[in-house]
Design a protein around this ligand. Structure first.
Ligand code: ADP
Ligand code: MG
Length: 319
């Protein structure tokens, strides 16, 4: 079956007009002034696929915006505002109030005010569509195509917690209530490093947000940049609450687990100190996990469990 990416490439990857960055990156970039670009990104959340009927509405409001500002951060864009398309089966004011509170708290925190949208009654289930806009200096965005051989590869935050929380909630893994309580906020309320991302302009080269798993998302950067990478598994920031799980489960969560909404970015080795200082100022954890190579492909060294070529590389809606 065709992957989600094949489907997009076949039907919607039209040539972009000169000066426009179109389909294929975390945001599109549109010229608005000679020295500024408008960054635009949109994400859909469908009941039953991205969240369950009984999902906490406040967490859902937070996450609906978080997954979008995460794409702004991945381009180094500063948020300007967002619009919300909402389709709900009925006017449940208690639910809407809590959804709006979660959305608004994050919007205030990252400076991405809600400025419009559309609301309809759905026939079945809730559908949430958020479009976020940001701005970035012309020619400076952190695109997927900008990685260079010799670059360091960095990751913000930790890996694996959101995926493992979902595995536990859906009964594929077992955990004590304490461990689940430690994992769950990473699935329900991802906190993308938005201000940090914008400050990476002029420091980092390429960036992507980890939504479908490190292997798959870094793979997008490598293909777009025409290079490869070597990652040292031992340097990956595994979330500490994964400690008690089987090694193979942890490795899968770390390399292929989605819903992370942290950044994977590349920068020259000369930037190490600036990156560490910037991260310190923003209270963001950063880990240097590998190197961009001239030779194509992604090699992960020192994996606890040998990697097989049939391992699923990440989440794909049509894979
Ligand atoms: P992300 O996870 O960063 O949101 P996706 O993997 O969803 O990115 O999409 C990959 C690229 O394809 C993005 O540039 C996105 O804007 C584009 N894209 C996805 N669906 C469509 C569509 N239906 N029409 C046009 N472009 C699309
Ligand atoms: Mg993205």
């Amino acid at each position: 079956m065709a992957s989600e990416f094949d489907l997009i490439a076949r039907h919607f990857k039209w040539p972009a007009p000169a000066g426009v960055l179109g389909v294929g990156d975390d945001c599109a970039l549109l010229p608005v002034a000679s020295d500024r670009r408008l960054a635009v990104t949109t994400d859909l959340l469908i009941e039953g696929r991205h969240f369950l009927h009984d999902a906490d509405p406040e967490a859902l409001g937070h996450k609906a915006l978080a997954v979008n500002v995460s794409d702004l951060a991945a381009m180094g864009a500063t948020p300007i505002g967002c619009v919300l398309g909402l389709s709900v089966p009925r006017a449940d004011h208690a639910w809407l109030e809590r959804f709006a509170r979660g959305f608004r708290t994050l919007a205030d925190a990252v400076g991405c005010p809600l400025v419009g949208g559309d609301t309809t009654r759905s026939l079945q289930g809730t559908v949430i569509s958020v479009t976020a806009m940001g701005e970035v200096p012309a020619g400076a965005a952190l695109t997927r195509a900008a990685a260079r051989p010799g670059d360091d590869i960095w990751i913000t935050g930790t890996l694996g917690a959101a995926h493992m929380a979902l595995e536990v909630l859906q009964g594929r893994e077992r955990a004590t209530p304490d461990v689940l309580a430690a994992l769950r906020p990473f699935l329900d309320r991802p906190e993308p490093p938005v201000a940090f991302g914008a400050h990476l302009i002029g420091i980092a080269h390429a960036a992507i947000d980890i939504s479908d798993g490190l292997q798959q998302d870094l793979g997008h950067v490598l293909r777009a940049s025409g290079c490869g990478a070597e990652i040292d598994y031992a340097s990956l920031p595994v979330h500490p609450a994964l400690e008690g799980f089987a090694a193979a489960s942890v490795q899968r969560a770390v390399l292929n687990g989605g819903d992370v909404y942290q950044l994977c970015f590349t920068a020259s080795a000369a930037m190490r100190q600036r990156i560490t200082e910037l991260a310190g100022r923003h209270g963001v954890r950063v880990s240097r996990v590998g190197t961009i190579t001239q030779e194509g492909g992604l090699r992960v060294t020192a994996c606890p469990v040998p990697l097989s070529p049939d391992d699923p590389a990440g989440f794909d809606h049509f894979g």
